[in-house]
Design a protein around this ligand. Structure first.
Ligand code: CO
Length: 190
């Protein structure tokens, strides 16, 4: 990565332009995304721009369909601290890029209140696996496995769902879904 995320930084210092985030009901959010086979410079640049867009949006995860690209890539950072009183100072940043991710093991259940950059203003409790083992490729194409629990597990499952065309409110009952979709569309019009 070009920018050094290990040193503390202000969000305004991030050099890359912010990508446009697509919100519900953009059709790209409903598509099953395509696997990635080419690990080239273009992909590295996209990953980095998505990381910077995630911080600029105060998010902990961002999936490629959310920026209009139907490919199996997401970025996340569940470790960073944000100080809004210090002019959006970020400390402890630990951004990661996940490509072609797959859950190979899961156990337990966890209920956690989730939000989504594609549904600004909507927060709901969602049921997920408590623990997962995720297999993925990094930005160079190397394969890794990671065991995740708690908020990391929730975040990885939420982002992986985006690659399968699933938004978090679709994990809720049909009644709740239609209520939230209507509520969101109304709030968008204002
Ligand atoms: Co989301």
């Amino acid at each position: 990565m070009n920018f050094d995320y290990k040193n503390n930084f202000h969000i305004s210092e991030l050099p890359l332009p912010e990508l446009k985030i697509f919100t519900y009901p953009a059709p790209v959010l409903k598509k099953v995304a395509e696997p990635i086979n080419e690990f080239n410079q273009e992909l590295k640049d996209l990953g980095e721009q998505m990381i910077q867009t995630m911080y600029k949006s105060y998010g902990i995860g961002l999936a490629a369909p959310q920026i209009g690209k139907s490919i199996r890539l997401f970025v996340s950072d569940i470790d960073f601290d944000l100080d809004k009183e210090e002019d959006d100072l970020i400390t402890n940043a630990n951004p990661k890029v996940y490509i072609n991710p797959k859950i190979i093991e899961h156990s337990g259940k966890i209920i956690y209140e989730e939000g989504c950059l594609s549904f600004p203003g909507i927060y709901e409790k969602v049921n997920r696996h408590e623990k997962i083992t995720l297999e993925y490729q990094d930005i160079s194409g190397e394969t890794h496995t990671v065991k995740a629990t708690g908020i990391e597990s929730v975040c990885l499952q939420h982002e992986l769902d985006h690659l399968d065309g699933i938004v978090f409110i679709e994990k809720l009952s049909p009644l709740k879904q239609s209520y939230l979709k209507k509520k969101f569309l109304k709030s968008k019009k204002k």
